[in-house]
Write a protein that binds this ligand. Structure first.
Ligand SMILES: Nc1nc2c([nH]c(=O)n2[C@@H]2O[C@H](COP(=O)(O)OP(=O)(O)OP(=O)(O)O)[C@@H](O)[C@H]2O)c(=O)[nH]1
Ligand SMILES: [Mg+2]
Length: 320
């Protein structure tokens, strides 16, 4: 057997059925990461475009033709014995009926079940990218708790699944009161991330936590401060902070400011080119923040981002 190459470029498919279930196959036990479940896919041949490799691998492994393909995330990952660049695509339609054409076992699982299944270590951010929506709402800077409560509830009723409660104008006690009302009343489909200090999070097990970049730096070198079943995110502004977020085990990051924004007029914007570069190097889903609107979503996803985080761009006009 020849030695493994040092770095491989891999096309990976998250094949999603109409009911939201995702197709996993099991790796043969004699292969790299053998015996674990995986998303189907395989290595690009020299000079082969990644989407062509994806179509070929899925044809070879599952005997189907993929038809609707969108970029999900790309992950550079160093295993002890191999460097991989996983380029992951979501496949939402195909022709034919998938079968393990190489004799490999198959199963369809819900996004939530992915947490329970042994996958290769590089796959954790893929699982997070699958579980996260493409829009991350950040509450507008209002001082009226009632208006904020109604706005968040309306957003959740309208389908928003990921919401950060950011209210610099509220006193701490009022903030926590509002947070508790929302945690009690929001539907299970919506996840609320709070800002603040660890003790407040430890007493609110349903909440996620969004760290400031200063908190992220203060936690450097420490253990993940929340258990794996709670959402942990961080505000990042450069490559160093993205690396810290990853090292701390954050589930995702925001990267800002991508474009100039009214809420932070003095912060120099990263620009699209640098945001794309930083996102490609990161090993976690990255929401772009700063001057982002719903109309930017397609470009952000095509550039490797998870989606957009926005204050002004995503809330109903009457809230602002
Ligand atoms: N297909 C796939 N590969 C993954 C995943 N996660 C992950 O780390 N990898 C790694 O990516 C590399 C390439 O995958 P592969 O073994 O499927 O390649 P292939 O289909 O071309 O296989 P072959 O070499 O037997 O022809 C392997 O080192 C594998 O461990 C995943 O979810 N799906
Ligand atoms: Mg394969």
């Amino acid at each position: 057997m020849s030695a493994l190459p040092k770095s491989v470029h891999v096309a990976v498919a998250v094949i999603t059925a109409a009911d939201g279930k995702i197709l996993l196959t099991r790796r043969a036990s004699d292969k790299h990461q053998g015996g674990l479940w995986e998303f189907p896919g395989g290595k690009c041949e020299p000079g082969e475009p990644v989407r062509a490799a994806l179509a070929r691998e899925i044809r070879e492994e599952l005997d189907i033709e993929i038809t609707t393909v969108e970029p999900l995330i790309s992950i550079p990952y160093q295993y002890p014995d191999l460097h991989v660049l996983l380029e992951v695509f979501r496949v939402t339609s195909f022709t034919g009926k998938p079968r393990g054409a190489e004799g490999q076992p198959m199963q369809w699982v819900t996004p939530g079940q992915l947490d329970e299944i042994p996958l290769p270590a590089a796959n954790r951010p893929i699982v997070r990218a699958i579980q996260l929506p493409q829009q991350y709402l950040v509450t507008p800077d209002l001082s009226d708790s009632r208006q904020l409560y109604q706005g968040v509830m309306a957003a959740a009723a309208g389908g928003s699944r990921l919401i950060q409660l950011r209210t610099p104008q509220l006193e701490r006690a009022d903030y926590l009161k509002l947070a508790d009302r929302l945690l009690a009343d929001l539907p299970d489909t919506a996840m609320l991330l709070l800002k603040g200090e660890l003790p407040d999070l430890l007493t609110r097990p349903q909440a996620g936590w969004h760290l400031t970049s200063a908190q992220l730096r203060a936690f450097a070198g420490q253990e993940r401060p929340l258990p794996a079943n709670r959402w942990l995110a961080a505000s990042c502004h450069d490559a160093e902070e993205l690396a810290l977020a990853q090292a701390l085990g954050c589930d995702f990051a925001t990267l800002s400011p991508v474009q100039p924004t009214a809420s932070h007029p003095d912060a120099p914007a990263l620009g699209l080119e640098l945001a794309t570069k930083l996102t490609a190097a990161a090993q976690l889903p990255v929401f772009w923040l700063g001057g982002m609107q719903a109309s930017d979503l397609e470009h952000v996803c095509a550039s490797g981002g998870q989606g957009i985080a926005a204050i002004r761009g995503l809330w109903e006009a009457e809230l602002l």
